[in-house]
Design a protein around this ligand. Structure first.
Ligand code: AMP
Length: 210
């Protein structure tokens, strides 16, 4: 089964992706992670992507679509893939339909005010764990693996505003694209705990992956 995880920055896509991967074994492919790895490695793609990411804008479609196509067509996806952060606009969704089959779009819906607080207070660990400053009690290392926590370069108030505007203008319409195909499942990602949000997603995925 192949799924697309849709949701604004801070909606909890990464957290839910970890739950989904753990239970169903889908291969997690996050375009933001691919770009950050390229920036860290100083590759030509990283150099190009950085200016867009720092400005809260989308990396050009031709670059992003090519990366995803190469990963899905030439790479191993095992039981199926779970795309996180792609497609980011309707053009990318149309392109994806040309080289892969999407079974379901899981849309995590969260109020904008809450997103701002979540992203600006987000702290990450390179092991994949994420935290919010409000629950860290001043801790600066990961409770799971002990490595130092860091803040993503684009998780600052200036860039977050632009990212949320980009989401509303370009990415939110992707939900309608999948709704029209009868593939949209929307879950409230703002009122429950991460486990409760996952329980709702699980009830849908179990219909396909029991
Ligand atoms: P994310 O980790 O998904 O929040 O992505 C971080 C940044 O990477 C975004 O703000 C974009 O600048 C860029 N990015 C990630 N995925 C895409 C995509 N599908 N299309 C264009 N840019 C993307």
């Amino acid at each position: 089964m192949n799924i697309v995880l849709l949701g604004a920055p801070g909606a909890g896509k990464g957290t839910q992706a970890a739950f989904i991967q753990n239970k169903y074994g889908l291969t997690h492919i996050a375009t933001g992670d691919i770009f950050r790895a390229n920036i860290k490695g100083g590759t030509p793609i990283g150099k190009l992507a950085k200016s867009y990411i720092d400005a809260g804008k989308l990396v050009p479609d031709e670059v992003t679509c090519e990366i995803v196509k190469d990963r899905l067509v030439n790479g191993e996806v095992g039981k199926g893939f779970m795309l996180d952060g792609f497609p980011r606009n309707v053009f990318q969704a149309e392109e994806l339909d040309k080289f892969a089959k999407v079974d379901l779009c899981v849309n995590i819906d969260v109020d904008k005010a809450l997103l701002m607080d979540r992203i600006c207070g987000r702290r990450m660990c390179s092991c994949g764990a994420t935290y919010h400053v409000s629950t860290l009690n001043g801790a600066t290392t990961c409770a799971k693996c002990g490595q130092p926590l860091y803040q993503r370069a684009d998780d600052n108030p200036e860039t977050v505003g632009a990212r949320l505007d980009t989401y509303e203008a370009q990415t939110a319409p992707v939900a309608n694209y999948y709704r029209a195909q009868g593939k949209l499942f929307t879950v409230d990602g703002g009122s429950g705990t991460p486990e409760q949000v996952f329980a709702a997603i699980e009830s849908e995925l179990d219909k396909y992956l029991k």
